[in-house]
Design a protein around this ligand. Structure first.
Ligand code: NAD
Ligand code: UDP
Length: 301
């Protein structure tokens, strides 16, 4: 079962689980996802879709594994759906843990690098407790993910795993979710202004979605007590990213600067020593990941 399976990462996870000959139940209320993302699986007899809000209890049996990804994920989405985000990661996580317990199923919670907030430790290790503003504009997301991690650890009798996903990108990201990748790529492809928030010196480390999906399996299937960071080590400034996208798209766009949103993290890069010890590391470099993502958005035009 994949909650949030009609979203960006969930779609790729469903696809991969089907390719491995699993039966897949995708549960999604489509608040930020789309049926278009899973349209190609609908004819597959191993795939089923249930439109359901996981904040409401769910009773299904025959579940072996729950990948709990359901939550708005982009700053624009979680600000718009702030209460829904808090509930998906708190009550929704509790509901999915109870379902895992009833089914004796394995459970994986998709947490985030956002739980580190604007980090004072760099790169971020799993042992770092973070620097989060509990009442800031990102709080509904950061704090509910922290709560979701705490909730997950309240079920010691269930086989649980926690991953902390760092910025992940690829085809099927929503074109209008406001995240930097779809924004800059679509602006570049249409020769519109490319918007940088702040002076562009803030950094992120971008992981291609195929690498992330492989990491999800590695964490689900191997033992490690505690959360595991999944992300790419290639740290880049947002201005460098914009210039790279401009070059790869051969765009005539002009780069313009807008004010930096409050509490926007200044630096982010994972320490992936734990994931490496489990046998995972990202393989797809930024240029080849960007080329695939640019091609996807080009075809949508
Ligand atoms: P997304 O918005 O594309 O997908 C989220 C999916 O969850 C959507 O299909 C949405 O409709 C569904 N959903 C939300 N609330 C729900 C609810 N109450 N009941 C049922 N379905 C619900 O986002 P994404 O980028 O694919 O992110 C997936 C997960 O990974 C999220 O939990 C997110 O916090 C986490 N994550 C993603 C990133 C990233 O860079 N993409 C980084 C860190 C963490
Ligand atoms: N960003 C930007 N221009 C945009 C969208 C985002 O400069 O059009 C910046 C944003 O302020 C942040 C970084 O890019 O510093 C990554 O933003 P995103 O929303 O993708 O992810 P997050 O902030 O959650 O890491």
């Amino acid at each position: 079962m994949v909650t949030g399976g009609a979203g960006f990462i969930g779609r790729w996870l469903c696809k991969s689980l089907l390719e491995k000959n699993n039966d897949v139940l995708c549960v999604d209320n489509l608040i930020t996802g789309s049926e278009t993302n899973i349209k190609e699986f609908m004819k597959n007899s191993r795939f089923s879709f249930m439109k359901h809000d996981i904040v409401q209890p769910l009773y299904v049996d025959g579940i072996d594994e729950i990948y709990h990804l359901a939550s708005p994920a982009s700053p624009i989405h979680y600000r718009k759906y702030n209460v829904e985000t808090m509930l998906a990661n708190s009550v929704g996580t509790m509901n999915m843990l109870q379902l895992a317990r009833e089914n004796n199923a394995k459970f994986l919670f998709a947490s985030t690098s956002e739980i580190y907030g604007d980090p004072k430790e760099h790169p971020q290790k799993e042992t770092y407790f973070g620097n989060v503003n509990p009442i800031g504009p990102r709080a509904c997301y950061d704090e509910s993910k922290r709560f979701g991690e705490a909730m997950t650890t309240c079920f010691p009798d269930v086989y649980v795993r926690i991953i902390r996903i760092f910025n992940t990108y690829g085809p099927y990201m929503s074109a209008n979710d406001g995240r930097v990748m779809p924004n800059l790529i679509n602006q570049a492809l249409t020769d519109k202004f490319m918007t940088i928030y702040g002076n562009g010196s803030q950094t992120r480390s971008f992981c291609y979605v195929d690498d992330l999906v492989k990491g999800i399996y590695v964490v689900m299937d191997n033992f490690h007590k505690g959360p595991v960071n999944l992300g790419n080590l290639n740290e880049i400034t947002i201005l460098e990213l914009a210039e790279k996208i401009k070059q790869l798209t051969n765009s005539k766009s002009k780069i313009i600067f807008h004010p930096l949103p409050k509490d926007d993290p200044t630096r982010r890069k994972p320490d992936i020593t734990v994931a490496r010890s489990l046998g995972w590391q990202p393989e797809i470099n930024l240029n080849s990941g960007l080329e695939k993502t640019i091609e996807y958005f080009r075809q949508l035009k």
